[in-house]
Ligand binder design. Structure first.
Ligand code: NAP
Length: 286
């Protein structure tokens, strides 16, 4: 069996087209253009690429985006002052702080300083709490993108055993919280694995849906996948100037029923979900 390729580029484009229509209608009704303020600290080239991609996506969907670029030696207080200013600005609806931050800055302190109503990444403890209770204000972009890929590929999530590799605050943990909720594209039985998990292949082979988010190139081999499973690869790793995922794509596609590629899988979905949250934030403020 060769797996169906779940095309994140095409699916995200369709979502962005629908969003563009929603943004135009919102604008016509309220006179307000949803506005994302992105904050980039330092010279990390990958971060600069991600921020540029997010800004470009805003522009092509009818949202406004502004970039606040700070030098690598910015102090924590300077960054907190900027966040406070953006929190107060009535024409800013979403605030995105691109990670990672330079080491003199405590990431947690900065993310906690973003007002929950403009927290389009859904990192603030108030928003995380709302997700845990099944009444989200914003859904975190990458986990929401994964969930939308499962919907678009008509994968049966209810009752499925989902095995997630990785327990980060950005991907693994919130994704597990979302998939275990009652409701559409959820109701799954979820196992979360991490670097201390014993007998990992035994667990991954039980997965109806296997989601890899660990940041280890081609970690998931064909032997770790149950024939017919749906495999979602969140990983983005640079190997010999090439982007590869956490899944050995060429081998696993021969045994999975559906699989996401890297690039053009989860990545573009993350951006589409960020745009969606910015529109939600503008609605909340208007
Ligand atoms: N496509 C996108 O839009 C997008 C968005 C975000 C992240 N990513 C990518 O997704 C990957 C993960 O990102 P992240 O931010 O979640 O990473 P992270 O914060 O580094 O967390 C990695 C997780 O994987 C676990 N892990 C690492 N090695 C493992 C192993 N050999 N076996 C089992 N578990 C292992 C870690 O376990 P411990 O907790 O025990 O250390 C940790 O929970 C990266 O490649 C990142 O670039 C992609």
């Amino acid at each position: 069996m060769t797996a169906k390729i779940i095309d994140g580029s095409a699916i995200s484009q369709q979502i962005r087209n629908e969003l563009a229509t929603e943004v135009a209608a919102f604008q016509k009704q309220t006179g307000v253009t949803p506005h994302l303020a992105a904050v980039l600290v330092g010279e990390n080239p990958a971060s600069a690429v991600y921020v540029r991609a997010k800004q470009k996506a805003c522009e092509t969907t009818g949202l406004r985006s502004t970039l606040h670029k700070l030098s690598a030696d910015t102090t924590q207080q300077e960054l907190l002052d900027l966040i406070a200013e953006l929190n107060r600005a009535p024409d800013v609806h979403g605030i995105l702080v691109q990670l990672p931050l330079p080491k003199q800055i405590d990431q947690q302190v900065v993310l906690d300083a973003v007002t929950p109503l403009k927290d389009v990444d859904a990192f603030h403890p108030e928003n995380v709490g709302l997700i845990a209770q099944g009444r989200p204000r914003f859904l975190p972009c990458t986990p929401h993108g994964v969930q939308q890929l499962l919907v678009a590929s008509q994968t049966q999530v209810a009752g499925a055993h989902v095995v997630i590799l990785g327990r980060s605050e950005i991907v693994g943990k919130p994704l597990a919280m979302m998939l275990v909720q009652k409701g559409a594209a959820a109701d799954a039985t979820v196992t979360v694995c991490h670097s201390r998990t014993r007998n990992l292949p035994e667990l991954t082979r039980q997965a109806d849906i296997l989601i890899a988010a660990i940041g280890v190139p081609r970690f998931v081999t064909a032997e770790m996948v149950r024939p017919g499973a749906v495999v979602i690869d969140v990983g983005i790793n640079r190997v010999d100037e090439k982007l590869v995922g956490d899944v050995d794509f060429d081998a696993v596609k021969e045994i999975a029923s559906a699989i996401t590629p890297v690039p053009k899988g989860v990545g573009p979905m993350t951006i589409a979900m960020l745009l969606k949250n910015t529109l939600t934030a503008a609605r909340l403020a208007t």
